[in-house]
Design a protein. Structure first.
Length: 215
């Protein structure tokens, strides 16, 4: 190994270590937020649970609220991965949207009260302090999904992909917000209805129907 390669290898090890510590802190914080609440959890308690020094915490997260932003970024990454998997799945767009919306609804139904409260805090902070990168990442995941689906011939090509992504991303976010703020929100029935409506909206027009409508 050359001397030029040594710093690169060391940097990789340091980066792996940094990511591991960040992950451990975030997981410990999430557990405590669910159990005790965000406001009731101290940085010292998070450090103790994650087995890191108090000062180390601030090398990774400038403030406790940055943990909420990190949880939001992780949620966006999970959505992006799910959309990417659905875009490569064969079948009609309606079938993919049923999997997307019903899967989301079923996950929401299974959470504890503490997890619901934490989701509300993450959503609240996302609207006030999340940077443009997070917004672009969320919307961009839906744009990529729509473009892939247009290329596969299962989403209409007569409407810009960005517009269709706006509709889909907004509906997905609205369902989560309704669930957060309305305790009795019937999330699963609404998810099914939303998936059905969006499936019809996004599907390519039937050539026979279009031709017939002009007569």
């Amino acid at each position: 190994m050359t001397s030029a390669q040594m710093p690169q290898a060391g940097s990789t090890r340091r980066e792996r270590r940094r990511l591991e510590v960040s992950r451990r802190v975030l997981e410990a914080a999430e557990t405590l937020f669910v159990e005790k609440g965000f406001d009731e959890t101290t940085v010292a308690e998070i450090c103790e649970a994650a087995d890191v020094a108090y000062g180390t915490f601030f090398n990774h997260f400038p403030a406790k609220s940055d943990l909420l932003l990190a949880l939001g970024e992780r949620a966006v990454a999970d959505i992006s991965a799910e959309l990417n998997a659905l875009s490569s799945r064969p079948g009609r767009i309606g079938d993919a949207l049923i999997l997307l919306f019903e899967g989301f609804a079923e996950r929401l139904q299974s959470v504890s009260p503490g997890e619901r409260a934490l989701a509300a805090r993450v959503e609240s902070l996302a609207f006030t302090e999340a940077g443009e990168d997070r917004d672009h990442g969320y919307h961009g995941a839906f744009v990529a999904f729509i473009r892939d689906s247009v290329a596969a011939g299962r989403v209409r090509a007569d409407v810009p992909a960005e517009t269709l992504a706006d509709v889909l991303a907004s509906a997905y976010a609205a369902m989560g917000l309704s669930w957060v703020h309305m305790p009795e929100f019937p999330v699963l029935p609404r998810a099914r209805a939303m998936a059905g409506l969006l499936g019809e909206t996004l599907s390519p027009p039937d050539p026979g129907t279009s031709a017939g409508s002009g007569t």
